[in-house]
Design a binder for this molecule. Structure first.
Ligand code: PLP
Length: 231
């Protein structure tokens, strides 16, 4: 079932790329399979079907899975809100942290990265719709935050991440995704110390096709691959 679901998601991504109008059709999309709340067995099935990138939102759960299946086979993405006291483990165990949402957290990650001689790749999370339930920088805070984080030697900004509100009509996400793509392109043109702006991480099960149409190049998809999560 997981292999079939994956094939369907991949087909949908390709179809969405072909429907792009304002963004380059050929630009690739990285599929991050979101395995949170699913067992290692499901992750193994996905890996057997070609998944090379997995997303987890809790450090503890990811560490358990890495211990069980080995960390080497896949690239680990941390996609959920991160507590500062987990910064050390996050830096030790994830290749890309999507959810850098405060300067305080960036500072903690920088410090821990420095201790182990790593330059940690991160995405800066944007809360474009200013939802109270979500974290991330507001649009007007973003430039200052990017400048602050870019100056930290232990971190390298690789792009932006956002989550759209759970609109009833998924089409309502489109203007927001379009605006995100514009911001992404804008910061890509700026001069940075170390930042290398390559990624725009947006799109989940209910909205990834629209996100891809609007220029997303990382989608984080869980339910459409693994089915509903049991909490
Ligand atoms: C859980 C989660 C996803 C995946 O959600 P689905 O709706 O299951 O695809 C993507 N991004 C983040 C930040 C998440 O926490």
């Amino acid at each position: 079932m997981i292999a079939e679901n994956l094939a369907a998601v991949r087909r949908n991504i390709e179809a969405a790329k072909a429907r792009r109008t304002l963004t380059p059709k050929e630009a690739g999309v990285l599929l991050v399979a979101v395995t949170k709340n699913h067992p290692v067995a499901a992750m193994r099935e996905a890996v057997a079907a070609g998944v090379r990138d997995v997303g987890e939102n809790r450090v503890q759960e990811a560490l358990q899975k890495q211990a069980e299946m080995g960390a080497e086979e896949v690239c680990w993405h941390l996609i959920g809100h991160l507590q500062t006291n987990k910064a050390r483990q996050a830096v030790q165990h994830f290749q890309l942290i999507h959810s850098v949402d405060t300067e305080h957290l960036a500072g903690a990650l920088d410090k821990e990265a420095g201790k182990i001689g790593k330059v940690q790749d991160i995405l800066v999370q944007v809360n474009l719709a200013k939802e109270e339930s979500k974290s991330g920088f507001f649009r007007e805070e973003l430039q200052g935050a990017l400048e602050y984080i870019d100056a930290l030697p232990g971190l390298r900004i690789r792009g932006l991440m956002c989550m759209a509100p759970a609109y009833e009509d998924v089409e309502e996400c489109r203007p927001l995704f379009r605006e995100m793509y514009g911001i992404y392109r804008q910061i890509q043109e700026m001069e940075w110390r170390a930042a290398n702006i390559e990624y725009l991480s947006m799109g989940m099960t209910h909205d990834y096709e629209i996100a891809v149409e609007e220029g997303s190049n990382i989608v984080r998809v869980g339910t459409a691959i693994f089915g509903p999560r049991e909490y």
